[in-house]
Each structure stands twice: as structure tokens, then as C-alpha cells.
Design a protein around this ligand. Structure first.
Ligand code: ZN
Length: 458
């Protein structure tokens, strides 16, 4: 329940000392922040239906655009939602609607009731602005405390938060959750990578929070600062999100740092991070279903069954300021409803592999940057820093992969040939590989720039 006292969560505050709480000792099970996480499905679904009706009522009463859309679909009152199957009758919303009503046109509360705004990084034009009432912030804080507890964060741990603070939700989201749990939060924010390494060592952080690509940049700075091996650091847990990443990348991070890497998912349009996260079993990311309904749809807009890949769609269930019904995220993934060893009853996100608009179409073949990353990092002998460059030198697109060997003095010619062959076998595309000098590919300071599109008009 939102705002539930932490003491109802089953021994949440019974803090063992941080050294006894390493992620390694926290095998399947761990602690549960909120009893709602393990509700029987029937009870959970009754709660979801009740909250869906409340959300529909709020939209009908206070969000004219949403109310008009519902009316067109024949939904004039919350009683028109008889069961969760009726969700399918509700029209989709998307980024375009948020842009069209920028900045405050979709609010369901007077602007004066906003306690804060955040925004997603707009790659072109206006950002996507999201408002929060005080209750929205409270719910988000609880969700982050819940997900971070599930991942293994405990009272008294030191959390090094290298996510950017500001309009981006990654900084303040983890900050609030860490404080709510009773951890010591170090709000380092992004950038100044050498200083990140120094603070991580000096303050003895147990938890690193960052994007996956930035974790690798910090690991490299630790390896190069001459203050000893990163393997001896007390950091045991990494909470990573904000950009798509592969299992191969997870392996790279866990080899470079002595931590267990846990995946977080979210988007500012819902609240930020805290929409879904992994439990210690790492069998997918548990969706916080008492706050968000997750669906996966096919290209025709029809919901597909668990295990089928498609676009993720979320409906907010508790948001006051910006309720969104069936919001199309553009993210690709699957749902899993099989039982999880941790005992949580919520569905899980699996197979997250980036955004629909990250997909490249090169010579008529669809390819995700994550597919290239999977092949590259599985190949061995390669550093986990890369860029994909798309050019159109003549009539045809050319895809170029820039990467680095993992050590100086490597045979770059042999590496290039091996990678080109592997990429052709796994993607069906001829991809030109350029092996750069170690340390020359730009390092991430937050969200990694993986694709440089140099085609005319791009
Ligand atoms: Zn689980």
C-alpha cells in the first residue's frame, strides 16, 4: 500500500550491520519491504481493478483530454470498467500527447499542487515534463525503498549515487529510496570520473548506483588510479538502469567490480526508476503492479500473452498529478508470469532490449544496438566500450562498429577479422569493424551514446 509504515513490511528496520548484509549472503528471498509484494494474485488483482477504476474516475473528472478520449471509447464512468479485461477498451496514450500538451496541459491537479517536476531527456525538441504532487513523491519514495530492499540494500549501507541529479529522475529517485531505507546516501551525481573512483574508495561504498555504461567507466578509473585493485573494495551491490544493457554487459561489470549487478527499470512518465526491478533470483524485473499495470502489445496494438515480445505499455494506478492510461513506452520487452523463487507474486519484465526508435534499419535489415553488444562482448579480447556508426557513402547504408582491444599491443587485424565474421554469423549483416587504440572511444558519463547516425537527414 502506498505510504504504508515501513514497520509493516516484515522486519524492514531490523538492520544487521552492513558487512553482514552483502548481496552475496542475500540469496533468493531476502527481505520484503511491503506485504503487498507477496499478496495472492486474486487479492492483488482486486486491488489493481479498484485502483484502475479510481484512476479512470480521476481522468474523467480532472483531465479533459483523457476524459474526451475515454468518452469516444464509450467509457463515461468508472463502472464501465467491469473487469481488468476492459482495460483493452481504453485508448492508448504516448509521448506525442505529452508533447502536444507541454508543459502542464495533462495535469489532473491545479499546477499549484505540484511539489516537483522532472523531465525525460528530449533528444529532439521539448522534453517530456512530468509533475508530482506530494503524495506522488511519497509513493515514488516508497517504491524505490521497496525495489532497493528487494535488490539487497540494507540500513546503514553506504550508497554511492553516480546517477545525474536534476531533471533526470535517476539521481533523486535512488536518493529518496536510500534515505527511506536508512542507508547513507552519497549524492555524487554524474561526471568527474576520477573523483568518482576516489570517493568510492575513500567512503567505502557498499552500493554503486549508475547507468551500466558509466559503471564500466568508473571501473576503468579505479583500475588506473594506482590505489590498488578494485577487487578489494567493499562495494558488493550495483543498481543499474537508465539505458538498455545485455547479460554480456552484466558479466563485464561483474568481472570489473566485486559486485552483484541488479537491473532497475523505469521511465519518468510513470515516476522514474521504481517501476520494476530484479530480486536476488534475477529471473526478470518485478513490476510494481499495485502502482502500474504492465501490458505488452504487438505492432497492431493488441495485447500479447506472457513470453511474447512486443512494446511495453503502462497504466498508472496511483498517480495524482499525471495519471496516464495505457501509455506506450516505445520500449521492447516481454512479461513473465511464472512463479519466482523469491515468493513475490508480481509479473516480471524480461528480454528488455532497448527502444523501438533505437532500432536501426540498415540495408533493409532491422538491428538493435543491443544485438551487436551481445556479440561483441561475448567475443572476448574486446573492451566494453563501443560505438555504432551508420553512414551512407553511396547508395547503400554502411554500419561500422568502433571498438577497442582489452589490452595494449593486441593484434588488431586478427581481432577485426574475427569480430566481422562473428557479427555476420549472428546478425546476417556485413558490419565493418574498426579497432581503435585502447582508451580512445568516448566514455559514458551517464547514458551511453551507442549510435552515431551520419546518414544525410538523420
Ligand atoms: Zn523474484
Amino acid at each position: 500500500m502506498p505510504g504504508t509504515a515501513a514497520s509493516e513490511g516484515g522486519g524492514v528496520w531490523g538492520g544487521r550491520p552492513p558487512e553482514a548484509n552483502t548481496a552475496g549472503s542475500d540469496a533468493a528471498g531476502g527481505r520484503v519491504w511491503d506485504g503487498v509484494e507477496t499478496l495472492p494474485r486474486e487479492e492483488l488483482e482486486a486491488l489493481i481493478l479498484d485502483r484502475l477504476r479510481s484512476t479512470v474516475a480521476r481522468v474523467l473528472a480532472a483531465q479533459p483530454f483523457g476524459a474526451a478520449r475515454l468518452a469516444q471509447a464509450g467509457i463515461g464512468s468508472p463502472e464501465d470498467i467491469r473487469s481488468l479485461d476492459d482495460l483493452a477498451a481504453i485508448p492508448f496514450t504516448g509521448k506525442a500527447e505529452l508533447r502536444a500538451h507541454y508543459p502542464f496541459g495533462l495535469l489532473a491537479v491545479p499546477r499549484e499542487r505540484l511539489a516537483r517536476v522532472h523531465a525525460s531527456s528530449g533528444t529532439h525538441g521539448k522534453p517530456t515534463l512530468v509533475g508530482y504532487t506530494a503524495a506522488d513523491l511519497e509513493n515514488w519514495t516508497e517504491l524505490m525503498a521497496r525495489c532497493m530492499t528487494m535488490a539487497g540494500v540494507r540500513p546503514g549501507m553506504v550508497i554511492h549515487n553516480a546517477n545525474g541529479y536534476g531533471l533526470f529522475t535517476g539521481g533523486l529517485g535512488f536518493h529518496q529510496g536510500g534515505e527511506r531505507i536508512g542507508a547513507t546516501v552519497v549524492p555524487v551525481s554524474g561526471g568527474f570520473t576520477a573523483r568518482q573512483a576516489m570517493l568510492l574508495r575513500d567512503l567505502g561504498a557498499h552500493v554503486l548506483v549508475s547507468t551500466p555504461s558509466y559503471a564500466l567507466a568508473i571501473a576503468q578509473a579505479l583500475a588506473e588510479d594506482g590505489d590498488g585493485s578494485a577487487a578489494s573494495l567493499p562495494v558488493r551491490l550495483g543498481l543499474f538502469g537508465g539505458e538498455p544493457w545485455t547479460e554480456a554487459m552484466r558479466g563485464q561489470i561483474e568481472r570489473a567490480l566485486p559486485l552483484r549487478a541488479v537491473s532497475f527499470y523505469g521511465l519518468s512518465e510513470m515516476c522514474g526508476p521504481g517501476v520494476a526491478a530484479e530480486c536476488p533470483a534475477r529471473t526478470g524485473l518485478h513490476v510494481q503492479e499495485d502502482h502500474f499495470i504492465a501490458e505488452v502489445i504487438d505492432a497492431g496494438g493488441h495485447a500479447v500473452p506472457p513470453g511474447t515480445e512486443g512494446e511495453l505499455v503502462f497504466t498508472t494506478l496511483t498517480k495524482e498529478a499525471l495519471p496516464l492510461l495505457r501509455y506506450r513506452t516505445g520500449d521492447i520487452g516481454c512479461l513473465a508470469d511464472t512463479p519466482c523463487p523469491c515468493g513475490r507474486s508480481t509479473v516480471r519484465l524480461t528480454g528488455l532490449r532497448g527502444r523501438l526508435d533505437d532500432m536501426l534499419i540498415v540495408r533493409g535489415v532491422n538491428i538493435y544496438p543491443s544485438s551487436v553488444e551481445h556479440v561483441l562482448l561475448g567475443a572476448g579480447g574486446v573492451a566494453p566500450h563501443y560505438r555504432l556508426i551508420v553512414e551512407r557513402p553511396g547508395a547503400l547504408d554502411e554500419l561500422i562498429l568502433e571498438c577497442e582491444p582489452d589490452r595494449a599491443g593486441a593484434d588488431s587485424g586478427a581481432l577485426r577479422e574475427r569480430l566481422e565474421q562473428l557479427l555476420r554469423e549472428h546478425t546476417g549483416l556485413r558490419i565493418t569493424v574498426r579497432v581503435a587504440e585502447p582508451g580512445t572511444i568516448p566514455r559514458s558519463e551517464g547514458k551511453a551514446v551507442r549510435v552515431v547516425d551520419r546518414r544525410a537527414g538523420a
